[in-house]
Design a protein around this ligand. Structure first.
Ligand code: UD1
Ligand code: UDP
Length: 371
């Protein structure tokens, strides 16, 4: 049996690794080792609990207001003895966080081959998203296997001289997670907690999330002013906003939006209630990468509060970039609320990120490569 260690630390990585952990557990020739950096704590634990995942190694590294350098140093230093003890045959990292890059680098230092899930995303601007774009570029250089979600991502890697035989077009396992949770909800098997939460939102609502570092400061102030205007112009709808726990997000959001009666600021939600919230929403305003990938599968238009996106596949479909400019966010939301044809065109978009079988494809490839 060959052993594959999944190293991850944040909420979105956990969601995107869940299906891989089960596919590895079901494999006849591979078995998973779960190692969490816990770059996130509460938001990671929500996902681990929902999917009944117990890490083999929990580095428990999160500190409030952590800096990029301090976190990176702790992950690199902490992974060395874990990798030396566990001696996995390969490691998998996902996406573009500090845990992703440091996980890959720590494995490289032990000469353990690295597989990169969600490979080949680029904006071409190292500062947007910051620091994720650099994390992706460096993780590509370190990795032995590159699991691309789309043909566009595969081409990006080829253009950077990654050998074709090391790139695998698999789709994104976020769709595996999304479809399984969506089905659970649609078949009436959601938990009582999810039902209770969804019952709290009986009026039509727009769902909001936001957390990108490059928007901290002026960007977030402007986003919040736009949301306040939408709420005041439309007392007949709610704005439901599960607020990310980063203090740089919590502060402006609560300062500007708390007290507006139809803005409902709530805690970050576990994945099942959040999928329920997406499914019931009118549309979504977000800067999240994962939400951009998920929403088209639920038929929900997305306004992305970023100037650049690496997820270009859905730009002509269910996703529009609106940046952090107050006026642009308000205008785009108004159009979705008033122009039915525009709304229907966005809501009807096809999801380009996968069909729900990415994890099985990745594990089959690893079975061949490691066999
Ligand atoms: C991180 C990732 C980002 C990813 C995002 C997903 C990096 C550099 N950033 O950003 O790519 O899109 O996660 O959400 O890897 N906090 C808590 N509890 C939690 C999580 C966070 O209190 O469960 C607070 C802490 O004060 C922590 C801070 O948020 O120090 C920042 O967390 P961090 O992981 O460094 O950055 P994110 O903004 O969450
Ligand atoms: N999500 C969640 N609960 C929330 C907000 C988001 O489970 O309260 C999910 C969302 O469906 C997506 C992922 O978390 O799968 C996105 O995480 P985030 O926006 O933190 O990070 P990003 O995708 O931008 O890296």
């Amino acid at each position: 049996m060959k052993r594959v260690m999944l190293i991850f630390g944040t909420r979105p990585e956990a969601i995107k690794m869940v299906a891989l952990a089960s596919a590895l557990a079901a494999s006849k020739s591979l078995s998973p080792i779960l190692c969490v950096t816990a770059q996130h704590r509460e938001m990671l634990d929500q996902i681990l609990a929902l999917f009944s995942l117990t890490p083999d190694y929990d580095m428990n590294l999160m500190t409030p207001g952590q800096t990029l350098s301090a976190l990176s140093a702790k992950i690199l230093g902490g992974l060395e003895p874990i990798l030396q003890q566990a001696q996995p045959d390969a490691i998998l990292v996902q996406g573009d966080t500090t845990s992703t890059l440091c996980g890959a680098l720590a494995a490289f230092y032990q000469r353990i081959p690295v597989g990169h899930v969600e490979a080949g995303l680029r904006t071409g601007d190292l500062f947007s998203p910051y620091p994720e774009e650099l994390n992706r570029v460096l993780t590509t250089r370190i990795s032995r296997w590159h699991f691309a979600a789309t043909e566009h991502n595969r081409q990006t890697l080829l253009n950077e001289q990654v050998p074709a035989e090391q790139i695998f077009l698999t789709g994104n396992p976020v769709i595996d997670a999304l479809l399984s949770v969506r089905d659970r909800i649609e078949h009436g098997n959601a938990s009582p907690e999810t039902q209770t939460l969804l019952n709290q939102f009986a009026r039509p609502y727009i769902l909001i999330t936001g957390h990108r570092r490059e928007s901290f400061g002026d960007g977030f102030q402007s986003i919040c002013r736009a949301l306040a205007r939408i709420a005041k112009q439309h007392p007949e709808i709610d704005l439901v906003y599960p607020v990310h726990l980063n203090p740089n997000v919590q502060k402006p959001v609560h300062e500007i939006l708390a007290g507006i009666p139809n803005v409902r600021l709530i805690a970050p939600q576990s994945y099942e209630p959040f999928v329920g919230l997406m499914s019931k929403s009118l549309f979504i305003i977000t800067d999240s990468g994962g939400v951009q990938e998920e929403a088209p599968s639920l038929g929900k238009p997305v306004l992305v509060m970023r100037d650049k996106t690496e997820r270009v596949e859905s730009l002509q479909g269910g996703v529009r970039l609106v940046g952090t400019d107050e006026e642009k966010i308000v205008q785009a939301a108004e159009r979705l609320l008033s122009d039915e044809a525009f709304y229907n065109q966005m809501a009807g978009a096809i999801n380009p990120y996968g069909t729900g079988d990415a994890a099985n494809k990745i594990v089959q490839i690893l079975e061949r490569e490691l066999g």
